[in-house]
Each structure stands twice: as C-alpha cells, then as structure tokens.
Design a protein around this ligand. Sequence first.
Ligand code: FES
Ligand SMILES: [Fe+2]
Length: 383
Amino acid sequence: MPHPPLVDPAVVSRCAIYPGYVEAKLGFRNHWYPTVFSHELAEGGYVSHPILGDRLLLARVDGRAYAVRDRCVHRGVPFSRKPECYRKGTLTCWYHGFTFDLESGMLVDIITDPGSRQIGRLRIARFPVIEAKGIVFVFLGDAEPPPLAHDVPPMFLDDDLAVRGVRQSVGSNWRVGCENGFDSTHVFIHKDSVLVEGNDLALPLGFRPTGPRAFEVVEAADGPRGVYDLLGEHSEPIFEGKVLGETVLHGHLGQTRVAYNISIWLPGVLRVHPWPDPSLTQFEWYVPIDADRHFYVQTLGRRVANAEEEARFAAEFDSKWRTLALAGFNDDDIWAREAQQEFYRHDEAWLEERLFEPDNNIIQWRKLASRYNRGIQQRAHLF
Ligand code: FES
Ligand SMILES: [Fe+2]
C-alpha cells in the first residue's frame, strides 16, 4: 500500500542541495541510536521506547539487552501494556498468547493454539543492540550494521573516557535540535546563564566569520562522518553588542576558555570539546521520536585513570554538572528549540528561512547528512 509522503515533494525538490535532509522528518534509518541508559533496563525488565516514528520494546535477559518492535504481529497490540514471559528468552503477548523468541523475533509458540501453522512462519522485527558507556544503543534498520564507532563522535568510545548522562523528551523535530546545538551564533541565548558567570567562562555574544572556510567536513568511509565548526579560528568573537552604533550589551570576558572544538556527526550527535569545563567533553544526541519530538540525550565524558577517578567524576556529575550545565545551561536550548518548532513544523520553512554567513556550518551539516545517511525513515509505523 503506498503511503503519502511525509514531506511535501515540491519542497524537497526545491531544496536541491540537501534533499535527503529535508525529507528526513523522522530521521535516518540504518544507524545506531542511543535509547535508554543501561541502569534504566533492569534484569528481567522491559521498557517501551518510541523512536523514528516506531516503538521498541527493550528487554534484558541474563544481562543482555534485546530490542524488538513493540507491536504484536497478530492484532497489533503493544506488548508493553503487559509483557509476559513463561520461558526465559521469550516474550508472550498478553492478548492471545503468541510467543516470540527475543533473539530472532520468530513466533515459537501460541499458547491458545499449540499446533498453529503460523508457528515458525511469523516474526516480529528485532534490532541489533550494543551497550557502551552505560547506554543501550540500537541499530534502527534492516541493513548489516556497521561498527558503533561509525555512528558516534571521535573520542566517545575511548577506553579511558568515563561517561554520565541524562535524557528527556523535547518538543521539536530532531533537526531543529541538531541545528540549535551546532549553530555558532545561538550562543547569544546563553548570555545570562548562571553557568557562564559561575564558571568564569569566556563567552562572546556571537561570531563574525573572517574567511570562507569556517568548517571542515569529515567524510572518510571507515569512521564517523561529520562537520567541525572552525569558527574559533576563522572568526572574530563579538564581545560588544551594539544597536544603531550604541553599545547595549557585553559578552562574558571570563578566564576559562571552552567549546573551541564543536562538531556534529551522523546520525545527529554533537560533540562540544571541552565543555562545560576544560576537563570535560559534552556529547549530545537528538534522537527522532516523531515529527514533533526528539529525545535529547546529554552526556559528559572525562578521561579517568582508575576506578577512584571515575567515582569522583560520577559524584561531581551528580552534585554539580547535572543541574548547572545539563539542566541550567541547556534548558535555554530546549526553550529555543520548542519556540523554533512552531516555524519548522511546516515543510515550507526550509524555503522561507533566510540564513546568514555564520550559518554556513549548518548548511555543510545538511549537505553531509543528505549525502551520507544510510536511508530515510519514510513513514511512521502504525500504532
Ligand atoms: S494480539 Fe498478540 S496474540 Fe493476539
Ligand atoms: Fe546552546
């Protein structure tokens, strides 16, 4: 059955330099995405998780995490309403007892009709899972999955990097999230943040590009693909804010230099290095939920030499960074994304926006994502 296109084809064809990006309202298929944190998925437990217009049921058996589509093939109900299990490694639907193997997705029995000819013929969709850095990553697609390292920013999987994080649902499309994070002049919204004053950060009001190449595109096939923002080297920071010749505002001329290396990577993950402190790096994902929401998965990483340093980082994360940086500072971003969504929820917004020179980085990101994504999620699954 043909499905109506998610995005107006007339708009896609007019965005000729990044059509795939404009089309990807529900994100890109065949990539690894973070879902829940490992500690959220207990042994023997289940979590229903919406992603890319689809819905997963995550389960943990003997320590291993599994992901299947949270929808029974028989009459479409979500298993997660009342997940049942009578043999380890299987999932039984609460409605008529169809029982599936979590590893293969195969229908291995039907409690209400033991001899059914459907047994061994039907299956539910299952998705590859890798747990890394305390996060359950799921490969959303049908192709052969590449290494996880191809879908996360450089450094994230380094052995000595300890990672802590939080996640929440935000009311904007995932692309609005990516572009808010990578937008170099959006620093303007953070001018009153308590983080800036409290940590004595050097934070200008904006940047004026001094040359045409304020970005670097990374497109090698054997690693992650992304764009580095080089505005730190190819721009003049604006510390004095003027309107009609009169100085009206000042940026924060603090001593702590941070965020001089910002990059964005497929399938939609930002790295800010260092941030929010010279010893930390922020990695944050904007994972599509549906057309109007994304999961904002915020993590901080610090290099540690031993378990004691890791424990110290974990305590510092809980007592300081979780509230001051991930909530305090980034709440400004969430507010901005939700305000921006009112415009970008219309397909025509991609044609009606009027960008300026510092947005060139964003254009490079759109082009790269359009060119190197492994598929476009063309429709929401039925629920
Ligand atoms: S809907 Fe699941 S067994 Fe019938
Ligand atoms: Fe921001």
